[in-house]
Design a protein around this ligand. Structure first.
Ligand code: NAI
Length: 259
């Protein structure tokens, strides 16, 4: 297999789809793609927030279009992926970012519902979007997939087993598809964010966030969504052509810390 001829650090003209891009890390990642000159397909369950994010990218001089998309709906995933490829003329990059939080104790009466929804949105959706994107990724000069998991895939928090199981599944899916698709030059990687200031963590009282971050992370603070977005975008550069199958914590040193 030949080495890609140009190890470019430019995303100018690349076509990137970011799911769950109406808020938090997805939005920050979409904005960085926009700044770097990519055409950005901004999708979210919440169509209004997707439109606001796409508008922000366009106002900053970038190229973006929004679509409402529930990533757990296979029909919507296929239709929106086709619409994105038709609008921009292909697809080079897929970032599976959309997510929900689903705390549920194992003996909760709601456990079955939390399990089903977590697996659908956090894990099954990744293979749906990847399968829908493959025909276009196979035509790309630098095809890239990044899956967003969590440090909950590497360690665990009590009462969060549906989320932890789904996120651990994302790391396995990443490795398996990296191996399966590697000969085609398609890279598949996974990022495990630690505690990040997003919509998902907005409801946690500030004092509790500060205490947790000081006790658990090496850097002693929550992360900014863009600090994850920059890692995601870096894995999508044409020059990131020999990185595949890896799971990278972007967690302020949470996983490194024992005490
Ligand atoms: P967020 O709540 O700010 O953004 C999540 C976005 O996903 C929202 O815009 C929401 O509308 C969208 N979404 C939810 N269900 C969807 C569906 N079925 N289809 C399409 N879009 C849907 O949260 P955040 O933190 O930016 O989450 C991004 C990813 O990062 C998620 O996968 C989350 O599990 C993960 N994560 C977050 C951490 C944190 O501390 N905030 C830590 C580790 C992982």
């Amino acid at each position: 297999m030949s080495i890609p001829p140009a190890l470019s650090r430019s995303l100018q003209g690349s076509i990137a789809h970011v799911t769950g891009a109406g808020s938090g890390m997805g939005r920050a990642t979409a904005e960085i793609f926009g700044t770097e000159g990519a055409h950005v397909a901004v999708t979210d369950f919440n169509g209004e927030s997707a439109e606001a994010a796409a508008e922000a990218i366009r106002r900053a001089g970038g190229s973006a279009q929004a679509w409402a998309l529930d990533v757990s709906d296979a029909g919507q995933v296929r239709a929106v992926t086709e619409a994105i490829a038709a609008r921009f003329g292909g697809l080079d990059i897929l970032v599976n970012n959309a997510g929900i939080s689903a705390f549920s104790p194992i003996d909760s009466p709601d456990y079955d519902a939390a399990w089903a929804r977590s697996l659908a949105v956090l894990l099954t959706a990744h293979q749906l979007t990847i399968r829908a994107a493959l025909p276009w990724l196979r035509k790309s000069k630098a095809p890239r997939i990044v899956n967003i998991a969590s440090t909950e895939a590497l360690g665990a928090t009590s009462r969060d087993s549906p989320y932890a199981a789904a996120k651990a599944g994302v790391t396995g899916l990443t490795r398996a598809l990296a191996v399966e698709l590697g000969r085609e030059g398609i890279t598949v990687n996974c990022i495990c964010p630690g505690p990040i200031l997003t919509g998902m963590t907005a409801g946690i009282p500030e004092a509790d966030k500060a205490t947790y971050a000081k006790r658990r992370t090496a850097l002693g603070r929550y992360g900014d969504p863009a600090e994850v977005g920059h890692m995601t975008v870096s894995l999508c550069l044409p020059a990131a052509s020999y990185i595949t199958g890896v799971t990278i914590p972007v967690d302020g040193g949470l996983m490194a810390r024992n005490a």
